[in-house]
Design a protein. Sequence first.
Length: 300
Amino acid sequence: MGIEVRNIVKRFGEFVALDDVSVTVADGSLTALLGPSGSGKSTLLRVIAGLETPESVGFVFQHYAVFKHMSVRDNVAFGLKIRKTPRDRVRARVDELLGLVHLSGWADRYPAQLSGGQRQRMALARALAVEPRVLLLDEPFGALDTRVREELREWLRRLHEEVHVTTIVVTHDQQEAMEVADQIVVVNDGRVEQTGTPAEVYERPQTDFVMEFVGPVTRVGSQVVRPHDLEIVADPSDGAVEAIVQRVVRLGFEVRAELLPADGPQFSVQLTRSEAEELELRGGDIVWVRADRTGVSAPA
C-alpha cells in the first residue's frame, strides 16, 4: 500500500505542530521521518496512522507496550487471537514470525527475560502477525544502547527486504535514517525541508538546515562545507584559505585536522589515513585549504 498525505495542518492549541505538510510513500518502501526533537515527525506519523483502519496498520512504539504476563509466543499471537484466527493458523504464523526475527528459541520466555533488542524484535513480530499493509515505527530503537541499535538497524533493513511491507520509521538519528531508508523526509518546525533518497539528501541538500542536520559540517569563512569536501594543499592556490594546524586527531581509518585561519573561527578537515601520512601534518604547520565546489552550500 502506498501512502499520500497532502497539506496536513495539525495544531495543539496555539501551537502549530504540522504546517501544510505533504508526504508520498511508495508501496513496499521504507521511509524515514528524520528530524530533531519537537520537529513534528511523531505527530506526522500519528496523523498517518489515523488515516488507516486498525486492521491495515501495525504500530511499534518507542516503548514496547508488551504484555508482561504473557510469553513471547502469546504476545506475538495476541492480534491473531482477538481476530478469532483458527488455532492451527495462529501457531503456524507465530512460528514463522519467531523464525523471521530470530526468537524461535525464546518462544516460552517472558518479556522480562529478554534483552532490549529481543523485546523490540518481539514487538515487530507482533505487529507483523496480522499482516498489516503499513508498518509504522516511532523511534523503535530509541531506548537501546548504541551497539544494539546498530545491530537492529541492519536487521530491520534485511527484514524489510524479506517482507516488503510499506514502512515508515520516525528517528532523530541521521545515521539510522541513512542506513535503513529508501527515502528520507527531513522535518523541521512542522514543515518538510526536503524529501529524497539518502544520497540526494546528503549530497544535494536543498536548505541550510538539511545541510547542517544531515551529516557533519564545518564552516570556512561564510561557507558551510562537509569536512571531507575540503582539501589541504601545501602551497597557495586560487580560492585557498591559509590556516595553522592546531591539532591532528587520528580516529581509526580517518584523520581529523583542526585548523585555525587568520580571520575566522577554527574549522576541521576530514582526511583519509593515507592522505594525512602524505601531508605529514604537525601542530603549528601552515597549510592552505580549498573546497571541492560540489560539496559546498550557499553562503550562510
